[in-house]
Design a protein around this ligand. Sequence first.
Ligand SMILES: [Zn+2]
Length: 291
Amino acid sequence: MARARASLRMVLGGLLGLASVSCAGPNLWTDLTSVSTGETGRGRVRLPARMRLRGVGYKVPEKWRKRGFNYGTDELVTALQHAAARVRARYWQSTAGFADLSPPEGGPSKWHKSHQSGRDVDVLFYTKLTDGTSLPPPEEDMIVFSNEGKPILPAEYGSYADPNWAERRFDARKNWLFIETLLRDPTIRIQWIFISRPLQALLIAEARKRGRPEWIIAYAETVMQQPGDSLPHDDHMHIRLYCSRADRFHGCVDRGPVWHHEKKTHKYHGPERYDPVLWRQLAAMTEALGG
Ligand SMILES: [Zn+2]
């Protein structure tokens, strides 16, 4: 009997020990990984990942390079690099243009209302010549595209710095692959892709032409929106991620709709399979490849 009580005490002691370890868990994570806090329009990013200015299949063009807004959550930076590398693997000349993510510690800036908590990014469109040749992103411009994916120079712009601007065509094939890769990435959940309605239509038409599964097309149609209260996003797309599950424990706040219905109508990936330590290692590997 005494022995049984002693072993019970040991078991209880063990459980208490475990409990105290698990209480420390979330805070330990903050030492290892980024944390997005607050909202995208009023927030910060702690221990952000610094995205390299050039990597496999992408670059940060000059105009945005100078601003230094190449910081985001680990999940955002890694997912962007992964998607760009995937498009490059399929189309060897492709180069994504990543404009602003967030400033080093997040927070407000003169450039953006959002982009404050490491979960927003502006992506320049993939473009090509009419013969299909890939073009690298322009260094100083966001080119406006018409409903047919042809470049437009709005009168108020005066001119573009990019000498090739008039030859550029919206590359629906690469833009779709980039978006589909992000939508399928199990480590992130996309809340919005802000992009003009006509360009959405070009992307959906491309997806149908390629015989992409209905669920991923419906998923894309759900998250792609032309915002009513700001620019139509016909010169870039703005992508916003939901808070990661881990970051929600630390004050990350989602605003706006949460796509509950995806669980039924789309192949929902379930919880993000996000392992902070593993993900740092993967990020380091990606960086090494890009170096
Ligand atoms: Zn933006």
